[in-house]
Write a protein that binds this ligand. Structure first.
Ligand code: A5P
Length: 223
């Protein structure tokens, strides 16, 4: 795979993101409540979903997804009155064969995790570069500004990211750690006061993974 444009004008990676996004959109049915993720793969999901012309109610995980979805004519509601989604579809930075994910490369993992747990079916859409044998990325974390220096000292090996605060006021950082046992790391991070949410998503959250290689999409059903 290289970065040169294909005949469609898209890079090879974008061809795969588009294929995964289109496949994800096919899983949505008329009348559903739908959680919309964030990122460059979701950017291909949105037009594919809008093109289907379904009557659906959506909730977005970020302002950029909300704006893009509305511009395409999708109905986006605030996440306040809906207490479950039929489906949520989102990208990932890494996905293992067991369904462990790293998310938050786009700093939206806190909202993305709330949407994922709210969905009856959480679907991951990914280009082939995201499918890895084991997690390796630094773990994105969202931290409260209150007591930030203390939280950073207790976490250790955590680098503030040069990005704006989250829409909920959180500070975004990346925690560098060994991920041989992602469940143990996730539990340690979850138990850290001052840490709002981390980007490790456990397999019990994930129902389907759609991984595109070229224009072919492999559908992995985890649950
Ligand atoms: C946003 O915070 C992330 O969790 C994204 O879902 C993830 O980084 C995947 O993004 P891309 O689709 O842009 O690779």
């Amino acid at each position: 795979m290289n970065g040169d444009p294909t005949p469609s004008g898209l890079s090879d990676a974008d061809v795969e993101k588009q294929a995964a996004g289109v496949a994800g959109a096919q899983l949505v049915e008329d009348g559903m409540t739908v959680g919309l993720g964030t990122g460059s793969t979701v950017a291909y999901l949105l037009p594919a979903l809008a093109q289907r012309g379904l009557s659906i109610r959506c909730v977005a995980t970020s302002p950029r997804t909300e704006v893009a979805a509305r511009e395409l004519g999708l109905t986006v509601e605030p996440f306040g009155s809906i207490d479950r989604f039929d489906i949520a579809i989102d990208g990932a930075d890494e996905v293992t064969p067991e369904g462990w994910l790293i998310k938050g490369g786009g700093a939206a993992h806190t909202r993305e995790k709330i949407v994922a747990v709210t969905a009856d079916r959480f679907v991951v859409i990914a280009d082939s570069s995201k499918a890895v044998p084991a997690l390796t990325w630094p773990v994105p974390v969202e931290l409260l500004a209150y007591g930030l220096a203390s939280t950073l000292r207790r976490l250790g090996s955590t680098v503030l990211r040069d990005v704006p605060r989250s829409p909920d006021g959180g500070v975004i950082a990346d925690h560098h750690t060994d991920l041989d046992d992602p469940g143990r790391t996730a539990a340690l991070l979850s138990a850290t006061p001052g840490l709002v949410a981390h980007g490790i998503f456990a397999p019990d959250l994930v129902h389907d993974v759609l991984v595109a290689t070229g224009t072919e999409v492999e559908h992995r059903r985890l649950r």
